[in-house]
Write a protein that binds this ligand. Structure first.
Ligand code: ZN
Length: 183
């Protein structure tokens, strides 16, 4: 995994990119939950499910199909004022799909562990992107608080934090001028 900080930074930037009237606390809570949800699979390690198994770490919960299911159901709770099946509902479904999928994309940029089973449950092949500049985050809080954990944060600051900072700055400037932002 990338660290929780990395996933949350990406999801925050995605949420900020939407020009919508739904930037409620509820919207943000669900955004954060969706970007972290795929790592629920680490619980499987405690139950003896091997990392490389389809249900193991970076398996099914990191797949495109899982993100689609999340995107389909989450707007009902995240933006309950939207009627199911309306255009704004589908915009939100697409948004939560992409936020959930961003988790696997970020993991596929990390330099350790196994790849991501993007096409599970149909294909259990694990994939990385050709470029993997982000240092992989250790599993578990104690490991994270080590020197290795600090290295991960530094790597994420460079490869995720700085580009996102520029993106948010550009969004802010553009919005003031009224020239950009997803409508
Ligand atoms: Zn992950």
């Amino acid at each position: 995994m990338a660290s929780a900080f990395g996933h949350v930074m990406v999801a925050y930037a995605m949420g900020k990119s939407l020009s919508i009237p739904f930037h409620t606390a509820r919207f943000w809570w669900f955004t954060m939950a969706c970007c972290l949800l795929p790592d629920v699979d680490v619980l499987g390690l405690a139950f003896g499910i091997p990392y490389e198994h389809m249900l193991g770490h970076r398996g099914l919960t990191h797949s495109i199909v899982f993100a689609m299911l999340v995107g389909l159901v989450v707007p009902r709770w995240a933006t309950p004022t939207l009627a199911f099946g309306t255009r704004p509902y589908w915009v939100m479904a697409l948004y939560f799909f992409l936020v959930t999928l961003s988790h696997g994309f970020l993991d596929a940029l990390t330099n350790g562990g196994l790849g991501i089973a993007f096409f599970a449950p149909f294909d259990s092949t694990r994939y990385f992107f050709p470029l993997r500049p982000v240092a992989v985050s250790p599993i578990g809080l104690s490991a994270f608080l080590s020197q290795e954990g600090m290295g991960v944060l530094l790597s994420e600051l460079v490869w995720i934090g700085i580009p996102i900072g520029f993106w948010l700055l550009w969004l802010g400037v553009g919005r003031r001028k009224g020239t950009n932002g997803v409508q």
